[in-house]
Each structure stands twice: as structure tokens, then as C-alpha cells.
Design a protein around this ligand. Structure first.
Ligand code: ADP
Ligand code: ZN
Length: 439
């Protein structure tokens, strides 16, 4: 790298910026981002009293208002667009998991740096042009497919745009083309792994997958280890959201200890979602992100609703880009049962600690006698005998006891046959809330 931190002959060099260089880049880019954002109808008003000159340090970002998903929704379609429509080359929609979907626009330059962020993450875990990359995420409006696609092509991988679903064909493609790297939803990875098991395919012997990138859904460390074992590969966590382009915002490095935020493009803060004040360093809170270089659709202090922590310490891998910890869930994923706050991921943590548990589970919340009742349905593995009533009862009691310990409520636990719970093509639905809502 030259002495000028802004010069990068190869985009990968940005991975090794020092903390000081990162902060210099962020400060100057933040001023530029404010300037560009003001070209949009929304920020022209929201930032009427702020100019780039008001930003003297990175802490001054607190002078800017937050932006929320509701702001985006109420200014659809073009209220946040900061360039003429003729300069836009692509739009994406968020998956709409939590309500009305929102559109995000990209210029050619935006697509380029987005692909570079993804490519940096891929190269960071050892992916090269020698690899065959099978992308098992949905293509189309959802950003998971195209986001990784262009990054993998930039690395030079032979890229297979398989899309989501059709497990038989996925496995066939993996075998036929010797796929070495996959990008996949954690819930779907479990299904693929069980499919292999049920069809006598031993991934260690019959497949060549060595790296799996898991994204778009919260998942536990246990889920990661299980998938690593079942698919005989290394699993890395890959985070992003459509409002911030898509996957590529933060990815794990070989240390598997936190996801490096590409901080030369995204400025990350963690706030308390109640007080909106920054949390103490290392404390859990809501991730707030600012796009630093986006042209078409700059977003400042966007409240992701994702709950995590931020670690600015240098990583043993050599990177000084801060790391977020694995996402616990969204602030709105959390549900309250009889006064106890629960994230679905806590239930998953317990279930995956039980050897006989298979690939899917469902939490149902109901009202019974004016009280909340939580039922957890759990698929068991194909090799568990459903005739062995005593074993089943032991597993059921173990799960119920551990869930009570983890969540402080006593759930009803039902063990069900493999592949009997509903599956979705996209993100897994973990909670069905049928409770009576107060008038
Ligand atoms: P939607 O908000 O409609 O689901 P997106 O497709 O943009 O739309 O999804 C982004 C969201 O997916 C993130 O805000 C986060 O909640 C979740 N997500 C993405 N990647 C991960 C990951 N690696 N771990 C946990 N959650 C993730
Ligand atoms: Zn690292």
C-alpha cells in the first residue's frame, strides 16, 4: 500500500487499513456523505441545519438524526434518492420480513464498491479464482443472491447462480461441478445436510465443499458447528441488509470470532434502543449504520434493529476493522411470554445442544385461560425411533427442562417427525404468535 491511505491499487488492500487510516477515511467520507445525502428530498429537510463543516470528529455523527425503516417507507419510492433516476442502474427491495418492503437504488459505482466489499470478505476466508461458488440464496429483488454473485465473480470464482430451494438439484450441482464454496441460509443448510444424510451422501467423501457462508438469518454458534460437522466444511457468518446494499456489510475472518465491518464504507454505532444513547463499549445494543460512499441512496444513522456488540480491538487475523458479534436477533424478533423477554435464538441454542434434534423447529404462542402459552415443536433426526416411547419422553423432558432454564418460562414441548414442520423458501419463520391481542 502507498503512503496515501486513499490509494488502493487492489481493492483487497483496504482490508489491512490501520485503525488510524480507517478513522481518517471515515471522517472525510462522512462529510461527503452528508453533502450527497442533502440532494435527496428527505435529507434536504432532515439535515437542513447541518452541513459537512459541522463534523469535526467521528463523534459529531451524533449531531445527525437517526433514519428508520418507517422513514424509508413513508418516503417511497424516491424520497431518499440523491441522484437523478437516469444515473440509477439497479434497484432492490428488502424481503419485507417485518412489513412493507422498501426500495434501495444503486449507481454503477455503488454496485462496484458493494461487489468489492463482498469480494474482500470472500478472499478473506481463502476463496480464490480456483473455487467453484454455488450461490443457494434467492435471486431477484432479495439482495442475498445478486449481492454475493457479483462479489464471487469479482474474485474470479466459477459462479453457479443456483438460487434457493430444490435440494435434489442443489446436491446434484455440487457433485457434478465439484462445488467448493456455498452461500446459504442457515435453516436451509441444515436441510441440505439432512438430505445428504437421508440419501446416503457423505459430504466428506462425496462433496468438495470446504467453505460455507451463512447469512440472512440469526443462527447460533451451535448451529454453525453442527453444519460444519454435517457438511464437512468451514462455516463463516455473513451479515448485511438491503438498506445497506445487502450482504457484505460484515463478514467473519478465519478466526471465526466476530464479523469485520467494512468500515471504509460503513460507519457502525451501537445504541440503546430505548434511550437512543450510545451504549458502553462492548455492551449489547442496536446496530446503527451509515453508508459512507453510497451515491444513489445515502443513508445516515440507519437503525437496523439488529442486536449485537461492537469490538474495535485489532483481530489476530491482522485486520483493524471493528467486529460485530453474531446477531442475536432483531429488536422486533424478541417476544415476551409471561413477562420474560425471549429471542428465538435462545430456543435454538437449547435445541441444538440435544443430539437427537433434527433440522427444524417452530415456536407457537397462544392464549390459554388468559395466560400466554409457549409451545415448541421440534423435529427429531431421521435415525431416532419414534416407537421407543421411553427415549422420546427422556428427550422431551430434557428439552423442556433446559428451555425453562434458558427462558424462565415452562414451554410445552412436542417432538415431531423429520420434515413435518412447514418450511419456507426464504427466511425461516421461527415464531407464530396466535395470542389474543389487547383491544
Ligand atoms: P428484511 O429486513 O425484510 O428481512 P433483508 O433481506 O434486507 O430484509 O434482511 C436483512 C436482515 O436479515 C438483517 O437486518 C438481519 O436482521 C438479518 N440478517 C442478515 N444477515 C444476518 C446474519 N448473518 N445473522 C443474523 N441475521 C442476519
Ligand atoms: Zn479477523
Amino acid at each position: 500500500m502507498g503512503s496515501d491511505p486513499f490509494f488502493m491499487g487492489d481493492y483487497y488492500q483496504a482490508e489491512f487499513l490501520t485503525r488510524r487510516q480507517i478513522e481518517e477515511i471515515q471522517l472525510s467520507a462522512l462529510r461527503g456523505a452528508i453533502d450527497r445525502a442533502k440532494h435527496s428530498e428527505y435529507y434536504a429537510k432532515a439535515l437542513a441545519h447541518i452541513s459537512p463543516g459541522d463534523i469535526h470528529s467521528l463523534q459529531d455523527i451524533r449531531k445527525l438524526p437517526f433514519t428508520t425503516k418507517d422513514d424509508l417507507r413513508s418516503h417511497m419510492p424516491y424520497g431518499f434518492l440523491a441522484v437523478p433516476v437516469k444515473d440509477v442502474v439497479r434497484m432492490h427491495y428488502s424481503s419485507g420480513t417485518t412489513g412493507v418492503a422498501t426500495a434501495i437504488y444503486h449507481t454503477r459505482a455503488d454496485l462496484q464498491w458493494w461487489a468489492e466489499c463482498v469480494a474482500r470478505g470472500l478472499r478473506g476466508v481463502g476463496v480464490t479464482e480456483e473455487d467453484v461458488f454455488q450461490n443457494m440464496m434467492g435471486y431477484g429483488l432479495f439482495t442475498g443472491g445478486l449481492g454475493l454473485h457479483y462479489g464471487a465473480e469479482l474474485v474470479g470464482c466459477m459462479t453457479i447462480p443456483a438460487g434457493a430451494g430444490n435440494t435434489q438439484r442443489q446436491v446434484q450441482l455440487m457433485r457434478e461441478f465439484n462445488t467448493t464454496v456455498i452461500h446459504i441460509l442457515p435453516s436451509y443448510a441444515m436441510r441440505v445436510a439432512h438430505y445428504c444424510e437421508e440419501h446416503g451422501i457423505d459430504p466428506a467423501r462425496d462433496l468438495k465443499v470446504r467453505v460455507a457462508l451463512l447469512g440472512a438469518e440469526p443462527h447460533t454458534e451451535r448451529m454453525r458447528r453442527r453444519i460444519e460437522e454435517m457438511l464437512a466444511c468451514k462455516v463463516y457468518n455473513c451479515y448485511g441488509l438491503s438498506e445497506m446494499c445487502g450482504p457484505g456489510v460484515a463478514l467473519e475472518c478465519p478466526e471465526q470470532d466476530g464479523l469485520h465491518v467494512r468500515e471504509d464504507h460503513y460507519l457502525a454505532e451501537i445504541i440503546d434502543p430505548e434511550t437512543l444513547e450510545p451504549v458502553e463499549p462492548g455492551q449489547e445494543g442496536e446496530l446503527v449504520l451509515t453508508t459512507l460512499n453510497r451515491q444513489a441512496n445515502p443513508l445516515l444513522r440507519y437503525r437496523t434493529r439488529d442486536v449485537t456488540t461492537l469490538n474495535p480491538e485489532p483481530c489476530p487475523c491482522g485486520r483493524e476493522h471493528s467486529r460485530i458479534s453474531r446477531i442475536v436477533g432483531r429488536t422486533d424478533d424478541m417476544f415476551i411470554v409471561r413477562g420474560c423477554n425471549i429471542y428465538p435464538i435462545q430456543v435454538e441454542r437449547v435445541l441444538l445442544g440435544v443430539e437427537e434434534v433434527g433440522s427444524n423447529y417452530l415456536i407457537t404462542l397462544e392464549t390459554e385461560d388468559d395466560l400466554d402459552q409457549m409451545t415448541v415443536q421440534v423435529e427429531l433426526r431421521a435415525d431416532v425411533f419414534f416407537d421407543d416411547v421411553r427415549t422420546l419422553e427422556r428427550i422431551r423432558q430434557q428439552i423442556a427442562e433446559e428451555l425453562r432454564h434458558e427462558t424462565l418460562v415452562s414451554p410445552r414441548v412436542e417432538l415431531v417427525q423429520p420434515n413435518s414442520l412447514p418450511v419456507s423458501e426464504g427466511k425461516a419463520v421461527r415464531v407464530v404468535d396466535k395470542r389474543e391481542k389487547p383491544e
